[in-house]
Design a protein. Structure first.
Length: 277
């Protein structure tokens, strides 16, 4: 892989290397080399999807079909495929995708319960017409419940990558809810390592998307203004934007899937866990 350099945004890191600029490496744990993981995930996505138009288009189709086959494809990546798997055996993709979606839904139940406790009564009043406009605008949610909801969301998001990969490899629902093994695996990755990995992939994925959305909104407003805000043009701009998101979504998902697989596999062997503490 060559010399490793830590920098939180992969494209900038690659540009820096091309111009001979290097950055010092910061390894937050014996097995955690974040830039190497990002490079590997990027190469995995570029060679397996971006460089294979047929596979890319099949993944777009997998997203269109309620994302079920796409979730099944992610299960194949989670099983530590050395290169991007083929998009075939659609029946298996559907079954695996449904299983993963069921696991994700079960993990989301606590979030929904807190959400219902926070907004349920207000929503019922709005739907039934019992609350007037003044009451609706004056209503405020319980702050404690709102904070609790965000805490639960963060906790679920924290464990889901490990849950999904463990479920893909073990193949049983019971292992998806083996909390002792799940937390033990995260501990062997290193909780600080793991949280940094989450923050890093969030930045790497979110920043380009935010920039893309910002540019598209500006262009959309400019084009709409020139055309006197024609509804046809506005709907056309929205359609183009949705098609663009649909096209890049498989790239992002495959990139993230490979990255999370590398993070998962960075855990020290169970017998050596004590040596890393």
């Amino acid at each position: 892989m060559g010399q490793k350099h830590f920098f939180p945004y992969y494209p900038i890191c690659m540009c820096a290397e091309a111009t001979g600029i290097t950055f010092p490496e910061y390894s937050f744990g014996e097995h955690m080399h974040y830039t190497e993981m990002l490079r590997d995930a990027f190469a995995f996505m570029r060679q397996g999807v971006f460089g294979n138009v047929g596979r890319w288009m099949r993944l777009v189709l997998a997203l269109i079909i309620l994302t079920i086959p796409m979730n099944g494809y992610m299960m194949r990546i989670y099983r530590n495929a050395e290169s991007a798997p083929e998009v075939d055996q659609w029946g298996t993709l559907f079954i695996d995708g449904l299983k993963l979606m069921i696991v994700s839904f079960i993990y989301s139940i606590p979030i929904w319960l807190v959400w219902i406790a926070t907004y349920g009564a207000w929503m019922m009043q709005v739907i039934s017409g019992q609350a007037d406009a003044a009451a609706i605008s004056a209503w405020e949610p319980n702050l404690v419940l709102v904070v609790l909801m965000y805490i639960v969301e963060f906790a679920v998001a924290l464990v889901l990558p490990v849950v999904a990969i463990r479920f893909a490899r073990m193949g049983t629902f019971s292992e998806a809810f083996n909390f002792r093994a799940i937390f033990d695996h995260i501990a062997r990755i290193g909780w600080i390592n793991y949280v940094i990995a989450i923050i890093l992939i969030t930045i790497v994925v979110a920043v380009p998307i935010m920039v893309l959305v910002f540019i598209f909104v500006l262009l959309g407003i400019g084009i709409a203004a020139v055309t006197n805000f024609s509804l046809t043009i506005i709907f056309g701009i929205i359609a183009v934007f949705l098609l663009l998101i649909l096209a890049i979504a498989p790239l992002i998902m495959v990139f993230q899937g490979r990255y999370w697989t590398r993070v998962y596999d960075s855990a020290t062997p169970a017998g050596n866990a004590a040596l890393t503490e």
